[in-house]
Each structure stands twice: as C-alpha cells, then as structure tokens.
Write a protein that binds this ligand. Structure first.
Ligand code: A3P
Length: 291
C-alpha cells in the first residue's frame, strides 16, 4: 500500500492510494486494507457503482424511502462509504444501513456472500461519466489534478484513475447480474432515473419493500431533483460560491459539450473493442434509444 502519482500525457499528476494493484482515493490506508473483511448485516442495503454514476442521488432516494418522509437532515453518502469509513464507525449506525461503494463486485466485503444484503447497482453512459469524472478529479483537492479533459480521457480509457478500469468493472457487473442466482440485486441506469424518476423510484421502493405510497414517491422525486439536491447538499465539497462540487450539471448528453467529433469517434471505437460480447446498452441522450 502506497501513495502513487499518475502522470497524464501532458505531464499533469493525479495522486491515489494503491492497494492490491488497484487505485483508490487517498482515504485511510487501514480502512481500505480492512474493507474486504468488513462485517455486514443482513438488512444492509449496498449501493454499488463506478464513480460518477449517480451514487449520491440514489443514496438520498433510498434514505427518504426507508424513512417514509422527505424532510430529512442532509447528510453525505460519504458517511456510509465503506472504503472511507471503518467498521467501528459503521457499527454505530442503526439498521437498516445504506452503505455505498465504488469497488468492483469482487472487491466488496466477503461477508456479502454470507449476509446477502440487498444490492442496488447503477451504471451511467461512459461519455457523460468521463466528463463528470474529469470535473471531479479537477475540482476536488484530494486528487490535486490540473490536467485537461483530452488528457484525462486517455487515463480513463487506460484505467489509470481511482477504481481503475470502467469497462472491466461494468463487464464484471454484467456477468454477476446475468449469472446471479443468490443475490438480491436491482440494476438501474442513471439515464432511466433521469428520464422517468417516478417509475424508477417506484422500482426502488418495491425492491426495498417499502409500503406502497405514491405521494411519498412523488415527494421524493421532487425533493431529489437536481436543483433541490444542489441546494440541500451545498455542504458536500463546497466550491467558492458555496455550491457543492458533486452536483455539477446532472444531465444526460452534456458530453457533447466536451468531446470533439474525433474524440467521440475514438471513444466509440474503444467502447466497441473493450465491450465486444456485452449485451449492455447505454443512452447517450434522452432523445435516442439505448445503443
Ligand atoms: P455531473 O457531474 O454530470 O453533473 P456520484 O454521486 O456517483 O458521484 O455521481 C455524481 C453525478 O451525479 C454528477 O453528475 C451529479 O451532478 C449527478 N447527480 C447527483 N444528484 C443528481 C440528481 N438529483 N439528478 C441528476 N443528477 C444528479
């Protein structure tokens, strides 16, 4: 375990912690080392996603569903982030806990196979995700990155970013979901949540076995809209204007403002190569079907 410096094509650096050949944010070395042996509870809910797929949004929706109300005190999902918060702190939390993680399925705590908590997995189209990820690394001091988007996308494609290779992680999840006979997994996409939040929140509510309550679902949809969350969560990584750096734009298709035509075609080619054999489809705009 050591702090490593990754250098992009223009010589700009990003700093991570490396453990077991994988890159993590610079969190506590002890917590990262012990994450695999974290003890879970049967009634935990695990939100699992590659970074920038909509974890904060989903965390808040789940909190409100379990609480049965929308006027909750704003907290950050990082208080229940298993690669950041250790066993001793998580043990203090009341059940049911909504834990979250960005690690690959195979790196989740081994206790998952014993306790079999419910898992909600969310994925997002890689172009919007790469844009969101670049802004995250650029704006959040933990990474200390001052590179350009064009150089960051090479790091993303090469998997030399925190949580490593997006393609591999998404393919692994596809296999887990396709072959799953033992876990209770709800599979969502950022784009569906954006296109029809009521339908998706209803799905999450059913999955969590929350008593049917359309008024609550409507209230959560409203309370968890991007605009409302951007205001409520302003304390989470605030910028100089007091706005959260996490709630940046919250759109599908913002990638068109960042990728040149050539970069987009190159990214598409890489996608086809890396994802060959995958049946997964992504929506790159809400006006088009998934492809
Ligand atoms: P952008 O950077 O594209 O705006 P994560 O929570 O996994 O870190 O993902 C962060 C991304 O989810 C950010 O994307 C953020 O704006 C978006 N997001 C957070 N809350 C949202 C909401 N209520 N509606 C839509 N997008 C949201």
């Amino acid at each position: 375990m050591s702090v490593v410096e990754i250098t992009d094509g223009a010589g700009k650096h990003l700093r991570f912690v490396e453990f077991d050949g994988k890159l993590y944010p610079k969190f506590s070395i002890d917590v990262i080392t012990n994450m695999k042996s974290l003890k879970l509870r049967k009634d935990d809910i695990i939100i699992s996603a590659y970074p920038k797929s909509g974890t904060h949004w989903l965390f808040e929706i789940c909190r409100m569903l379990l609480a049965g109300r929308t006027d909750l005190q704003a907290i950050s999902k990082s208080e229940f982030f298993i690669e950041k918060v250790g066993q001793d702190v998580l043990d203090q939390a009341k059940s049911p806990r909504i834990l979250n993680s960005h690690v690959a399925f195979s790196d989740l705590p081994t206790d998952l196979a014993v306790k079999k908590p419910k898992i909600i997995y969310i994925r997002r189209n890689p172009k919007d995700l790469a844009v969101s990820f670049y802004n995250h690394c650029y704006k959040i001091p933990l990474f200390d990155y001052k590179g350009e988007f064009k150089d960051f996308i090479e790091l993303f494609i090469n998997g030399t970013v925190e949580y490593n290779c997006w393609y591999k992680q998404v393919l692994d999840w596809e296999k887990v979901i396709d072959n799953n006979t033992e876990y209770s997994i709800l599979h969502l996409t950022y784009e569906d949540l954006k296109a029809d939040p009521i339908a998706e929140i209803r799905k999450i509510s059913d999955f969590l076995q929350v008593k049917k309550n359309e008024e609550l679902i409507q209230g959560i949809c409203d309370a968890c809209s991007f605009a409302k969350m951007q205001t409520r969560m302003s304390h989470v990584f605030p910028d100089e204007n007091g706005k959260s750096k996490i709630y940046r734009k919250g759109e599908v298709g913002d990638w068109k403002n960042w990728f040149t035509v050539a970069q987009s075609e190159w990214f598409d080619r890489v996608y086809r190569e890396r994802m060959s054999g995958s049946k997964l489809k992504f929506r790159y705009s809400l006006d088009e079907d998934a492809k």
